[in-house]
Ligand binder design. Sequence first.
Ligand code: AMP
Ligand code: ZN
Length: 506
Amino acid sequence: MIRIYNTASRAKEDFHSHVLGKVSMYVCGPTVYNYIHIGNARTFIVFDVVRRYLQWRGFDVTFVQNITDVDDKIINKANEDGRSASDVAAEYTEAFIEDMHAIGVKDPDVRPMATEEIPEMIALVQTLIDGGHAYESEGDVYFSVRSFPEYGALSGRDVDEMESGHRELRAAGQGTEERKRDPLDFALWKAAKPGEPAWDSPWGQGRPGWHIECSAMSRKYLGLPFDIHGGGSDLCFPHHENELAQSVAAYNEGFADYWMHSGMLQIRNDDTGETEKMSKSLGNFLVLRDVLRDVPARVLRMLCVQTHYRSPMEYSPERLEEAAAALERIDNLIARIDWACENAQDIPSPFDTHALGNMVRNTRSDFVVAMDDDFNTAGGLGVLFGFVNAMNAELGDKTIADADAPFFKEVRAFVVELMDVLGVEVGAAAADAAAAYPPEVIELARDLAGFDGDGAEPALDALLAARADARASKDFALADAVRDGLSALGFTIEDTPQGARVSFSG
Ligand code: AMP
Ligand code: ZN
């Protein structure tokens, strides 16, 4: 039984989806006015893992994520750049999708754009006005917070306390609040200012407020109520509180059954020594595509799944190194299995594959137990590392029998499968390393092994063959020259009973 921590009840609850075997899921998407930072990326990775896990557990998941392509920030950016808001939005929507692909986040089933859903939003605003939950004021339309008694329940806020805070704000002259009947009210529709993108509406030319799009789109694409609503914890208030109020006030059919909020990515402030939330406004953000120039995407993803999704997550060079080292342990096991299978021999099996098979089954069920508990990826990884260590110890420097190879290939596939649930690619290290072989290895092979082909990989093979021949004919000068030449290029050779094993560290 999957259990999910529901922000609405502040407790873990058993997960029951509305339709047996299906899950409907909505995750708020980005406002497209610049490149996303790695904090944003964390949240999208978190919900990608939730989706992958639910799919792996057999659910047919429908995943909807909006793109906010009309907003004050987009308009401001367009004005700064001297181009149209739709131009800005189109550029950064494309960049966002590229970024998601770069970090292995699967495409949503539906990716609605706010500007293409204006009629649905206008209809929703009209329904709210008709029901007495909203009012027009000088071309704006506001949601009347006091008309919805449950307002504040999701984020655990008290409306009266909020009201006094807003009064102070207003007294200090910090808001453009004059058109509202109550300072708590929020905009559903904004009257057009000159030069801004605008659409016709019953209240004149204008554009939608931010919150209304998610209410309109989730109902249109998932129906009400749907199963899971997700986003970063900073969206819980006011954005999600407002979505909930709009949807329930308009349709009274419930909204989302499970509210999931991911913790914030934090970064250390070198001046104060404190960690703080990464955000555009603090200016402490690292743009995802810049980071990916130095950090492989799978290391970034590993870092994300090493932390529970609800906890804050520190981003630092040390944590990245830990993540890379953890990945390397898994890659090493896979490389070892690949090598052992390639060099399997016609000998009696030195393994109790029945017992090892049980270990695989137990690992699988322990992984499920961890992940069923509110997507405890750190726990799931712990289970997997226990398995990786045990397998490494079991393999030791044993030669595997031909008859064992199919079993070890299954072990390899099992490790790849669990890591794929977390969206972390493993086992490609060997291919990555081969791609990084320096071209000088070809030169070396020409000099020492009479190599006349192309490609670093065949050159390496030729060098190893030449070295093996040299050793067999006791030409140690040549054998040593090959080893030294390769070592100068970053290769390490280890001699084993089954022949030379090479690793490359660049
Ligand atoms: P925005 O485009 O600002 O609405 O943000 C897109 C998503 O990124 C939202 O789900 C935010 O909650 C999330 N987000 C923003 N900052 C961070 C952060 N520092 N760590 C994790 N998620 C974040
Ligand atoms: Zn939203």
